[in-house]
Write a protein that binds this ligand. Structure first.
Ligand code: NAD
Length: 324
């Protein structure tokens, strides 16, 4: 199925969390398409560097605010939006312990504020959900029809349950208020603009390998993830945005690998002498993760194209530059 580009020159798009890793890449493509983009970010985990190259563009505006407090008074927020992309949320496992209430708020009250605004504007609303909605899955690979296996009171629950609430809210506004909505369930994504110290496996392993420090794999390292290069994910999200589909639709790749294999691949690509070591694994860490991409292929014509070695190489180059 071929999806025609729906958002382009003249369209106004609000991207919450636009200074973050994934959303800043999305913003780049939207700006390149000729859209007018307003980024709303409080920099809790984002970086000014990710959007510095956009600040002098007339089609780009940065509004610094916490979206959980609602949309602030600002000239750039006064006019109607054609689409609202709710991408804001801390997303790293270390944030689950550091920012639990902030994560709950941005995945609940912020979603409601933005759905209200989408209702008022008649805007398309796209929610960045997550494979964490499946929890520690009992079905493999994970299809969108699977309801998940989430511990509602565990440390990870602030993220998993907030995203599940956001999905419920999105569907409620679609059904009861007629909002044009879309939900994408994002699987593990990596690439340039991740923070070296953000606690996720790939930036951690790359930083450790480049510094010659021991690689700290959690548990036995047999747990798996399917890793997706950010450019592939961004293409998938934009296909969903341009379509009229509501989802939820999985987005990611089927390149499933164990954490141990990932660590070894990174050590080898970095030509590092780092040893792979094993440390305590966090509670409720999912055992395996792989999206079933049938829906994304059938509805959107989505196909990831970047092989893990190639994506990892590009990410390592970025980290090498940053870490000096
Ligand atoms: P990120 O932390 O780099 O980006 C999140 C951005 O949201 C940051 O710029 C942060 O400052 C901003 N933000 C957070 N709370 C905010 C608030 N209350 N008000 C305004 N701005 C706020 O993370 P990312 O990996 O780029 O993730 C982006 C989105 O994609 C998140 O919603 C995340 O849950 C989702 N996601 C990412 C992955 C992944 O593998 N990267 C996987 C699944 C889902």
């Amino acid at each position: 199925m071929k999806v025609e580009q729906r958002f382009g020159p003249g369209h106004r798009i609000l991207v919450t969390g636009g200074a973050g890793f994934v959303p800043s890449h999305l913003v780049d493509v939207l700006i390149a398409r000729g859209c007018t983009v307003v980024v709303l970010d409080n920099f809790v985990t984002g970086s000014r560097e990710n959007i510095a190259h956009l600040l002098d563009k007339p089609t780009f505006t940065l509004v610094e605010a916490d979206v959980s407090d609602g949309l602030p008074e600002h000239p750039a927020l006064a006019e109607r939006f054609d689409a609202i992309l709710h991408m804001a949320s801390p997303a790293s496992p270390t944030d689950f312990e550091k920012l639990p209430v902030e994560i709950l708020r941005v995945g609940s009250v912020a979603t409601l504020h933005l759905l209200e605004r989408a209702t008022a504007d008649g805007a398309r609303f796209l929610l960045a959900s997550t494979s964490e909605a499946y929890g520690d899955p009992k079905e493999h690979p994970q299809r969108e029809t699977y309801w998940g296996n989430v511990n509602p009171i565990g440390v990870r629950s602030v993220y998993d349950e907030a995203k599940r609430f956001s999905e419920a809210a999105t569907m409620a506004y679609r059904r009861s208020r007629g909002v044009d909505t879309a939900i994408v369930r994002i699987f593990n994504t990596y690439g340039p603009r991740m923070r070296p110290d953000d606690g996720r496996a790939i930036p951690t392993f790359i930083s450790q390998a480049l510094r010659g420090e021991p690689i700290t794999v959690h548990g036995t390292g047999n747990q798996t993830r399917s890793i997706c290069y950010v450019a592939d994910l961004v293409r998938g999200i934009l296909l969903l945005l341009d379509s009229t589909e509501s989802g939820p639709v999985n987005c990611g790749t089927e390149h499933e690998m164990s954490m141990r294999a990932l660590a070894e691949t990174i050590v080898s690509l970095c030509e590092s002498k780092s040893e792979v070591t094993y440390v305590t694994r966090s509670a409720d860490d999912p055992e395996m993760r792989r999206p079933d991409l049938t829906l994304a292929r059938d509805l959107l014509g989505y196909e990831p194209t970047v092989a893990p070695e190639e994506g990892l190489r590009r990410t390592i180059d970025y980290f090498r530059e940053r870490l000096g």
